[in-house]
Ligand binder design. Structure first.
Ligand code: UTP
Length: 271
């Protein structure tokens, strides 16, 4: 069973400037609710019991959001407002599940994942990238089902426009397992169009084996000088580790770019 999830939150969020110049993008509201709460709710509904946040000193505000008890207690004493009490109880529920680790230099997603090495207890864990919201279906829950059946690593996958492959990790398709699940033969971080093995992209949900940590500790910086999780996954695939691409059924919303963030707010308002 997958009981632990990790969420890298230590990036700079430059694509959402100026909104992110002082404020972490993960706390930006999407139709009245901080983006990170959508991710936490997905984890809880999927049966996750512990969530590790990778933050940085610059993003301390994320921890403060969950540790503001004195403020809530004072307000509730004064106002006794049922809405505030309900919201505070929800924050307390989240807080109990979350641990924090720090990555003070944003050296890449792979480096962020490596920071959680000493916290992971089981052979497999879930990773969610908080910019990628998937609504209407719980993607983590269906990936955990696939993992339980095949005991392998799993990544969420989606077809993207050929012209946009250089924004994503793009994978090479292997054997078909069933309608929505395929073996992955290779994965390439942000390829140029000519080098892309397909138009199938990895989206921000991963079930990874603990073996990823030993790959990451040897991983050299890749595209843009960053240590990418995709490069460590590629080297595990080449060592015959089984990775399944799961074509998820929900709707993908990109909250990491300005256009995507605005569109996400409109989409979620329609739910
Ligand atoms: P991105 O590269 O998409 O996001 O990282 P970013 O760096 O925050 O944003 P831009 O590109 O400057 O706009 C994907 C996820 O990985 C985290 C980010 O916080 C984001 O959730 N991340 C990225 C880290 O935790 N550490 C890093 O070194 C890099």
């Amino acid at each position: 069973m997958i009981k632990q999830a990790i969420i890298p939150l230590a990036g700079l969020g430059t694509r959402l400037l100026p909104l992110t110049s002082v404020f972490p993008k993960e706390l930006l509201p999407i139709n009245g609710k901080p983006g990170i709460e959508f991710i936490l709710d997905e984890c809880i509904e999927a049966g996750i019991k512990e969530i590790i946040f990778i933050i940085s000193k610059k993003k301390q505000m994320i921890k403060d959001y969950f540790y503001n008890d004195l403020f809530y207690k004072k307000i509730i004493k004064k106002k006794n407002d049922p809405r505030i009490i309900k919201e505070y109880k929800k924050i307390l529920k989240y807080k109990k599940m979350i641990k924090f680790v720090y990555q003070n230099k944003p050296l890449g997603t792979g480096d962020a994942v490596l920071k959680t090495k000493n916290f992971i207890r089981d052979d497999f864990f879930l990773m969610l990238l908080p910019d990628d919201l998937i609504i209407k279906r719980n993607c983590s829950k269906s990936m955990i089902k696939i993992h339980n059946r095949y005991k392998s690593s799993v990544m969420a996958s989606m077809n993207v426009k050929k012209s946009s492959v250089s924004r994503w990790g793009i994978y090479k398709l292997g054997k078909r397992i069933d309608k929505n699940n395929f073996i992955i033969k290779d994965v390439i971080e942000k390829p140029i169009i000519a080098n892309a093995p397909s138009n199938k992209a990895v989206i921000g949900r991963y079930i990874l084996s603990k073996k990823i940590f030993s790959r990451l500790s040897k991983q050299k910086p890749g595209k843009g000088g960053e240590i990418h999780i995709t490069d460590a996954i590629q080297s595990l695939i080449f060592k015959n580790e089984k990775f399944i691409a799961h074509n998820f059924l929900g709707k993908y919303l990109d909250c990491g770019s300005m256009n995507g963030y605005i569109k996400s707010t409109l989409e979620i308002a329609k739910l």
